[in-house]
Design a protein around this ligand. Structure first.
Ligand code: BMA
Length: 318
């Protein structure tokens, strides 16, 4: 359990509280040699917290490996073989790696769907896989062609369809889009839902979904990353927005400032400096526990209160 919580005292806009145990997983915790471990997807499985770690190997390619913990903070039991990797059943569109998983439990299928970035010489695209046990997966392969990433499937059908957030790139224009499907394989009806703001803004250069949308009484809560390029080097921070519950194409609110940014030493220095990048969360009543990659190097944890977030967002309805 998290017993002692810390919030940077010099920052007033942050809505997340970092775990004092950060970083909670590093490459030294891995049962095999690797370069870095970061950007994990998260879900609850058999009464435990399950993370799907993005592990970068010594060649530089990423694969996805399961870690389990009773309290979601320590005592991680990490598998010795990846669940999803470029070499265990992938097609030609994943040869450079499998990255940044978002895990959604779908009640109607009684399965988890894993959306991840499939990276290859063709660029980065969106791949999906389903699992019932996190021991084997049914890989669908690419469902959205490159350049496309940061996909997350909504946790229930809306108007009888599955919905997914994703981030296509049109040159250097990188906004968040929505797409709809009846079978999780064929996706269509594209709709741009949240735009990069341009100029000097903290989310001016690009935006992309971070975790699976969270259903609240006021709308779908979206955690997204916003990027600002300082002197040629990007800074990744976490922003918050709300989409309409029954028509997620409708943006209801967007916080003009970020809610979690890189400040701690493990966030400002590492393989890629100045990055906080969540891919998973676990909800427990009003609390969300967000698992994020720090500096593309380690796995960290921060918590937030949904009611505090909704209070903040209420002032910024669009
Ligand atoms: C993004 C993604 C993330 C990464 C981030 C910072 O484009 O590739 O996996 O954490 O860049 O390097």
């Amino acid at each position: 359990m998290i017993t002692k919580l810390s919030r940077p005292t010099h920052i007033t806009n942050e809505l997340f509280i970092r775990s004092p145990h950060n970083p909670i997983i590093t490459h030294k915790d891995m049962p095999y040699l690797c370069s870095t471990v970061f950007n994990p997807g998260a879900t609850e499985f058999e009464g435990e917290t399950l993370l799907l770690l993005r592990v970068e190997d010594l060649e530089g390619k990423s694969h996805l490996t399961v870690a389990r913990s009773r309290n979601g903070v320590d005592g991680w039991r990490i598998e010795t073989e990846p669940l999803i990797s470029p070499s265990n059943g992938a097609g030609p569109y994943e040869v450079f790696g499998c990255e940044d998983p978002r895990i959604t439990y779908l009640d109607d299928l009684n399965k988890w769907v894993i959306a991840y970035t499939a990276y290859s010489p063709f660029g980065a695209g969106v791949a999906l896989a389903t699992t019932e046990d996190f021991r084997s997966v049914n890989r669908f392969g690419l469902v959205l062609a490159p350049i496309n990433k940061d996909a997350a499937v909504f946790p229930r059908k809306i108007k009888d369809h599955y919905w997914m957030l994703h981030r296509p790139a049109a040159g250097d224009i990188e906004h968040i889009w929505l797409t709809v499907s009846d079978d999780l394989v064929h996706w269509g009806r594209p709709w741009c839902v949240l735009m990069e703001r341009g100029g000097p803004m903290w989310d001016g250069s690009k935006v992309g979904a971070n975790t699976v949308p969270i259903e609240t009484e006021e709308g779908w809560l979206i955690l997204f990353h916003g990027v600002k390029v300082f002197a040629g080097s990007p800074t990744y921070r976490v922003g918050l927005a709300l989409l309409d519950l029954e028509d997620p194409r409708r943006l209801i609110a967007r916080l003009p400032y970020w809610a979690l940014g890189p400040y701690e030493p493990y966030e400002v220095a590492g393989a890629v400096p100045n990055v906080v990048f969540p891919c998973g969360h676990i909800q427990n009543g009003d609390e969300i526990r967000v698992y994020y990659g720090a500096a593309d190097s380690t796995v960290c944890l921060a918590t937030a209160s949904i009611s505090e977030i909704l209070d903040a967002l209420r002032k910024y309805r669009v």
